[in-house]
Write a new protein. Structure first.
Length: 69
């Protein structure tokens, strides 16, 4: 939250959006590895990984488009 300069409200909106679109998911924590604090463990899904791969490929193309103008 702090590293991305988001407010708590903004973070909740983005996390809800990502969960609704199945780009991230909650994972069950094993009892023996459960941290001292009870924070949810969020993981990127296969769909989220695919999205990030496509996003990064598009992002790599942007400098090429700008240079050709």
């Amino acid at each position: 939250m702090y590293g991305s300069f988001l407010s708590y409200i903004q973070l909740n909106e983005y996390m809800s959006f990502l969960l609704d679109k199945d780009l991230i998911s909650y994972q069950q924590q094993k009892k023996e590895t459960k941290p001292k604090r009870d924070f949810p463990l969020l993981m990127i899904t296969e769909k989220g990984t695919h999205f990030m791969s496509r996003y990064n490929r598009m992002n790599e193309m942007i400098p090429d488009i700008i240079q050709t103008k």
